[in-house]
Ligand binder design. Sequence first.
Ligand code: IPD
Ligand code: CA
Length: 280
Amino acid sequence: MIRAALARRGERGSASHDTKISDADLVTETDVAVETMVRCRIATVFPDHLFVGEEGTGEPLNGCDRTGKFVWIVDPIDGTTNFVSTFPVVAVSIGFAYGDETIFGVVYNPMTDELWFAWKGCGAWMKKSNGEVVKIRTSGCETISSALISTGFAIPYFRRKTANVEAQKKLRSIIEQNTWTLMNSCRDIRRIGSAACDICYVAMGRTDTFYEFGIKEWDVAAALVILHEAGGDSSTVGGVKPYSIRGRNILAAASQKLRIALNQALVDKDVVQIIEEIEQ
Ligand code: IPD
Ligand code: CA
């Protein structure tokens, strides 16, 4: 469906899109169509399972207790800005959780025909565009100085006209501080544009770590199980809190040592409250 949309568009440039909460938060008719197709297929086979999708095509879960329930967590197109501009890093991301723990994840980039998948306890795998299926491991990188880092700058997504200006300034200052710290200490920094692909890249050793504030569960639920099965580690950005799939503050690293070094180097003070203030 995504490839067909791209083919229809040909070389015409940007796809038509609407915006959601800010002028940089895009949605296309393909996002909604893919989510509807995935939700309907899942509902046919597993009518009792819960469904959470970025475009909200399912029943709203509204704080529903997920304990003891199976939940599908889907981003139909992670990297919609890339999709709109035909920048070739986008993902269909499908996570399958029991309660709040993802036990299966699959991430597919239809533009490069790369697919990553993992079952908890069974390892992580990649199907390359030539059809070859290989087991993947992170790079094992342990130091910031040798790390190729990817991130998302969050600010465009929170650039709402009505937002609390003081909270926006605080978020900007945290992001600037972290960027400056890493600029002076890491190998280099990338902004790739799809959190699901960012984390799969860490899982396969294409990059060494990824961090971002403000992400949502559909951006990362599937990719995190792939990362952990590939030997990576995750937490909040600063401090030592384990990451929870409904958190808004994520650090994914190739090794525990690198994760701890980054926890110590980066700041995230009050970031979740700041994001909530912006979103109010
Ligand atoms: C976005 C992408 C992007 C990240 C944003 C996400 P979307 O997902 O993952 O890289 O910076 O935080 O919202 O909106 O394109 O599905
Ligand atoms: Ca999306």
